[in-house]
Design a protein around this ligand. Structure first.
Ligand code: ANZ
Ligand code: ZN
Length: 827
């Protein structure tokens, strides 16, 4: 142990020691309870940022702590290696995406290793590894054969700047999740994953995830957006009908027009019949060009155009016009609505603007049909009420009315009760190069054909041109595209789409438990041993996308027989951001980025780790502070100095067992008790993810040690220091290992068990007192020695034995004879 605390010397040395002995290797030792700590694996951007450091320090603290508690811990990491930025780097810098990615991995890995994270690196996986690609293509085809993946023409979200299709989840608010450009609409042939088939289970499963925050579960509930309602067919003049979705069939008689989404497949056809095709087409093009942001939020200027055609309201029998409107979304319900301006504010505004009729059919109980607000309402009345002007259904309350109207429509064969989900099928194909190729061959004669298993994986061709123009580079690689049909052997063409990287990340954690060379995509036996994940740590920005896809994947993999559980992550912890010192998000463009490597070089990995965990609660944003890191370093220096100053006292105690109470001086007992209380508190706090309070407890113990006269009771001092080292070890693993050695320990902390506190020591000295009522002994009470008189009175008065004698009587006085008895006087 050096005189000076020198993290630059200590840290790499311990990292090398741990590595060479393989102490973090996760074995399938079934004699111990398992614990799977998982973090959201990093995207291979090329640099590790402070957000990563915070995320992974938390995971590492938990992993190290759980190992010490005797768990068989699986803690591994990998690389979310595919995606656009690597391809963009290829376009801009002329570096091949594969090389960019490998270089990114190398530099990020060494940055992670320098922080001392205790990963089992033998389980490291990258989504661009050939075995990973193969496994994912196998799964793609299993999904495909099960009808869970299909190809169809669809209007999709298109990011003009990334030149790719985006899933709805990636186009929230109408902007591209990666580049923030405004998303437009395009109709393309496209692969979809049928996540809606699992919508109900994805929803109900949320009720059985107590280890997730209520807020994330609510975000998912809203995203799934289940609503009960009805589909109703409105017959159209001249033949055919338009099917609408409504949650308010009780308002049927108030539907005064029908609205279609601009991209509704019937929109142009109806307009052609109505003689207004040009107007509708022009309007449609305008809407597509307009921002989807506003269209979604409902705060855009409502606009629309008449198709020239009428439909019939199946309740009233009246002719009502059919329009196309910008606020009707194609991907929700049926893409068409019955518009009830009197009871839906959006419809109300639209009717006012277009001068369409408004007809009140629901009123609050007790309102008469000729009240002024019924004859000319000033706004929509959206609540439930009583039906009026509704033919045979008038007088029914809304709830009963909904049922009756649907029954009537069902009877006529033009309506039915349905459950609708906001959740859309997941568009999983991308017109980009750097991703997992879709293992399908298109044959003119046989149609789409799965690539046979023996020909998997379909790998990316290496030499393609990255120009950033003209769609997917794969589509321009004739060598890749040209192949033969697996069914008929004639020339055919490969699919040139690659999979959305959210497919890769939906199941990566299963690859940590699957040996590299495994034939099956998932090793079922190993998965049974390790999964579900016990705690998953990552950013809250993944509350919808990644976490929904991963839950969906597990349910499908369960149904395909690959795994035997329903939910992947038992506990989810979302850490806060790491901002700059003014609370601004760190970004290259703002020039306010704090580089982890710089901090590690100057202050050491342990100081950075301690700072991150100490400065605030795990889920609160950190506003960066250089002084904060310095304070953490000072703290570690103080700990260092303490151990150094005392180490010579322990020469004869090396390897000694934990001291017994009887061997210690009275003050020594107090010190050891404080140490064991610290250990107990740190354990409680770490179980609850309360890292900062755990560290605060270790600070207090250092203070207690500082106040303790050096050499007054070496056995006690050594025991207190051992406890301090163990409790600090998950946070500052390097410094504590070095100091631990300095205390004469031979087994590393990384291999040691948690010092379970001595219950005898934790129990404060107690004494049994006699309880009297009116001078007669009525029972006993055990209390800590020296308990305050007020507290003693309360404890005595609340004691059941005393209560039974004082019930219904008035307490006049309580006499306390310290350490002997309490006498309650009643009249
Ligand atoms: C008639 C009606 C009358 C409606 C009324 C509401 C109130 P939630 O609850 O979110 O499921 N709607 C249906 N499809 C739509 C689409 N593609 N684009 C825009 N709006 C659509 O909302 C369901 C309601 O949203 C449906 O019920 C429909 O309007 C509208 F007094 O139908 B309602
Ligand atoms: Zn063929």
């Amino acid at each position: 142990m050096d005189e000076r605390y020198d993290p630059a010397g200590i840290e790499p040395r311990w990292q090398e020691r741990w590595r060479s002995k393989g102490v973090f290797r996760a074995s399938s030792d079934r004699s111990k309870p398992k614990y799977f700590v998982l973090e959201m694996f990093p995207y291979t951007s090329g640099r590790l940022h402070m957000g990563h450091v915070r995320n992974y320090t938390m995971g590492d603290v938990v992993a190290r702590y759980r190992r010490m508690r005797g768990f068989n811990v699986l803690y591994a990491t990998g690389w979310d290696a595919y995606g656009l930025p690597a391809e963009n780097a290829a376009i801009r810098q002329g570096i091949h995406p594969a090389d960019f990615t490998r270089q990114s991995i190398a530099s990020m890995k060494s940055a992670m290793q320098r922080l001392g994270f205790s990963y089992d690196w033998e389980r490291e996986r990258a989504t661009c590894d050939d075995p990973y690609v193969r496994a994912q293509q196998v799964l793609f085809l299993e999904f495909y054969r099960r009808g869970l993946i299909h190809r169809r023409k669809a209007f999709v979200n298109w990011c003009p700047s990334c030149a790719t299709v985006l899933a709805n989840e990636q186009a929230q608010g109408g902007v591209c999740w990666r580049c923030q450009s405004v998303v437009t609409r395009r109709e393309v042939d496209h692969w979809f994953c049928h996540i809606r088939a699992y919508a109900d289970e994805l929803l109900s499963g949320l009720d059985r995830l107590p280890g997730w925050s209520e807020s994330v579960r609510n975000i998912q509930r809203n995203w799934i957006g289940r609503s009960e309602g009805a589909e109703i067919d409105f017959p159209v003049e001249g033949g055919g009908s338009v099917r609408v979705f409504t949650t308010r069939p009780d308002t049927l008689y108030g539907a005064t027009f029908v609205l279609l989404a601009p991209e509704h497949p019937q929109a142009l056809e109806l307009a052609r019949r109505g003689g207004r095709e040009d107007e509708v087409r022009r309007f449609r093009d305008e809407v597509f060009a307009a921002e989807r942001i506003a269209r979604k939020a409902g705060d855009l200027e409502k606009d629309g155009v008449f198709t020239g055609l009428h439909a019939v309201n199946p309740g009233t029998g009246e002719r009502i016009p059919v329009w196309v409107a910008n606020f009707v979304l194609m991907e929700y319900g049926t893409g068409a609505i019955m518009s009830v301006p009197a009871h839906d504010q959006r419809d109300f505004e639209f009717a006012k603007k277009m001068d369409l009729p408004i007809r009140v059919v629901i009123v609050p109980e007790g309102t008469s049909a000729d009240a002024p607000e019924v004859r000319s309402p000033a706004q929509a009345f959206e609540e439930a009420g009583v039906m009026i002007q509704s033919g045979p259904h008038s007088g029914l309350p809304s709830e009963a009315g909904k049922r009756k109207v649907v029954e009537m429509l069902e009877g006529r064969g033009i309506g039915r009760a349905v459950v609708n989900f906001r959740l859309q099928d997941w568009s999983i194909s991308r017109q980009r190069y750097w991703g997992v190729p879709i293992p399908i061959v298109h044959c003119e004669a046989c149609g789409p054909q799965p690539v046979p298993d023996r020909d998997l994986p379909v790998l990316l061709p290496r030499d393609v041109a990255f120009t950033g123009e003209g769609g997917s580079p794969l589509a321009r690689s004739e060598a890749f595209v040209r192949t033969v049909c697996p069914a008929c052997g004639k020339p055919a063409r490969r699919d040139t789409d690659t999979m959305d990287t959210f497919v890769d990340s939906a199941w990566y954690f299963l690859r940590y438990v699957t040996p590299m060379g495994a034939r099956e995509p998932v090793d079922r036996e190993e998965a049974r041993c390790w999964l579900p994940v016990d705690v998953y740590v990552g950013g809250v920005e993944h509350a919808v996308l990644h976490l929904m896809y991963a839950r969906f994947f597990i349910k499908v993999l369960r149904d395909l027989g690959h795994v035997g559980f329903d939910e992947p992550f038992l506990q989810l912890r979302n850490h806060g951001m790491v901002n700059d010192r003014f609370g601004e998000k760190q970004s290259k463009s703002k020039g306010n980025v704090v580089e982890p490597a710089d901090v590690v070089r100057m202050q050491g990995a342990d100081a950075l780790r301690v700072y991150m965990m100490f400065v605030t609660a795990y889920d609160v944003p950190i506003n960066w502070s250089d002084e904060g890191v310095s304070h953490s370093k000072d703290f570690l220096e103080r700990v260092w100095a303490q151990v150094r100053a005392r180490a010579p006292l322990f020469a004869r105690l090396a390897g000694a067992a934990r001291p017994k109470k009887g061997d210690l001086t009275p003050r020594g007992v107090e010190l050891v008790r404080a140490a064991h209380e610290t250990v107990a508190k740190v354990a409680r706090d770490l179980d609850a993810f309360s890292f900062n309070t755990a560290l605060a407890a270790t600070h207090e113990l250092t203070n207690a040690l500082k106040a303790f006269e050096k050499g007054a009771d070496p056995a006690a001092e050594r025991e207190a220091l051992r406890c301090l080292m163990a409790a600090l070890h998950p946070f500052a693993p390097h410094a504590t290992e070095e100091l631990w050695e300095g205390l004469g320990e031979t087994r590393w902390l990384a291999e040691s068990l948690w010092p379970e506190p001595d219950p005898e020591l934790l129990r404060r000295d107690e004494k049994e007192l006699v309880l009297q009522v009116n001078g007669k002994p009525r029972g006993h009470i055990t209390v800590p020695v020296g308990m305050e008189e007020g507290a003693l009175r309360e404890a005595a008065l609340a004691h059941p034995k005393v209560l039974s004698w004082t019930k219904g009587r008035q307490v006049v006085r309580v006499v306390v004879v310290p350490d002997r008895l309490v006498n309650v006087v009643v009249n």
